[in-house]
Ligand binder design. Structure first.
Ligand code: FAD
Length: 331
């Protein structure tokens, strides 16, 4: 597709069991900024069946909402969803199309990019408009996170990217904004489904995802052992939060990979992030520095974590943590 004929920043609105996922609202926030730069509009594209809260997408930045509501699309399947989105692109000719770098986005976006013969930058952590030529500059970690690569797609449209959950900020909701929902009907034929879903088994996990938590108490090499992490867990309990970690303690086998914060872990943006025995390496900061309030506990007063902390405690975590727990119990 020629760049001259394309217009608009489109966001694929991911839904699971009919519920819109947070990452899509984050992308709408970013899309609003990009569209403002291009003097264009934001379009939210919803595919599914009886998805809740489609009209509310306007509050988070959508100027247009396109909705394919079809019983055959209740559950995500690569081919039928690709067919719908390829039709949306053919009809509407977007300039930019954004997806969450989730399990679904990582499957759908490359399939779609292949179908419509455009490029895709996967797993982006930053998106900006080039002020000179108005191309989208898509930045992502490359070579195992050792460099940040900025990629452009100069000749093909739409410019497509998947973006890590938790990296972009939701727009401040505008509750008065109302837009019309366009019913975008696409017929799904039997041959569009290359497989059949017999059963959906939901993963049962009692643990909350660190990206959903409002309060994180995070431990690093300075905390060290699994026994010491118990102290962290007690502080997290008192504060109503959960435990996360730096890569050092994941690499040493003390903590599981799913709680790693940072460039090669997860990006978090909690209301409170308590960094215990974490030095503040750039790769760790990349995953947490946008937290609302950061408390750092470290015995080395020159540790770089103090540069991003709102409150710093210079001391030994083994002494400070139990003291904090006691204080909170008495409060
Ligand atoms: P250290 O850097 O060893 O720091 C330990 C800190 O604890 C020190 O500041 C020390 O003063 C303090 N301390 C020690 N004992 C105590 C005590 N008793 N009380 C109080 N303080 C104490 N790292 C990540 O975290 N996440 C990532 O996603 C990530 N991705 C990476 C990707 C690449 C490509 C590379 C090259 C590195 C990556 N890293 C990542 C690793 C990163 O560079 C650091 O090595 C790592 O973050 C260090 O973890 P740490 O702060 O726990 O340990």
């Amino acid at each position: 597709m020629n760049r001259e004929e394309c217009n608009g920043v489109f966001v694929y609105i991911e839904q699971k069991n009919g519920n819109i996922q947070n990452v899509s609202l984050e992308l709408l926030g970013k899309a609003q900024e990009l569209a403002g730069n291009l003097n264009q509009e934001v379009t939210a594209v919803v595919v599914g069946s009886d998805v809740a809260g489609v009209d509310k997408l306007a509050h988070y930045g959508a100027d247009n909402i396109i909705y394919t509501n079809n019983d055959d699309l209740k559950l995500y399947m690569t081919e039928p969803y690709t067919k719908v989105l390829a039709k949306v692109i053919e009809d509407k000719k977007p300039e930019i199309f954004l997806f969450g770098a989730t399990a679904i986005g990582r499957d759908l976006a490359p399939r779609l990019a292949g179908r419509i013969h455009t490029g895709l930058t996967a797993d982006c952590t930053s998106l900006e408009i080039n002020e000179e030529n108005k191309d989208l500059m898509m930045t992502r970690p490359a070579f195992g996170g050792n460099i940040m690569a900025t990629i452009v797609c100069p000749d093909h449209r739409p410019q497509m990217a998947t973006v890590r959950p938790g990296v972009m900020k939701k727009a401040v909701p505008d509750m008065d904004k109302v837009v019309e929902i366009e019913d975008f009907a696409v017929e799904i034929k039997a041959e569009d489904k290359t497989y059949e879903i017999l059963e959906v088994v939901n993963e049962v996990s009692e643990k909350m995802d660190i990206q959903e938590a409002k309060i994180l108490v995070s431990g690093g090499r300075g905390v060290g052992t699994a026994e010491n992490f118990e102290k962290l867990a007690r502080l997290a309990d008192e504060l109503g939060g959960i435990v996360s970690s730096s890569r050092a303690t994941v690499d040493s086998g003390v903590m599981p990979k799913e709680v790693q914060v940072g460039q090669t872990g997860k990006t978090v943006r909690p209301d409170l992030y308590v960094a215990c025995g974490i030095s503040g390496a750039i790769q760790h900061l990349a995953g947490m520095e946008e937290s609302e309030f950061i408390v750092a506990i470290n015995k080395d007063e020159t540790a770089p974590i103090f540069d991003v902390a709102d409150l710093g405690i210079v001391g030994d975590v083994n002494k400070v943590l139990p003291a904090l727990v006691e204080e909170l119990k008495m409060a």
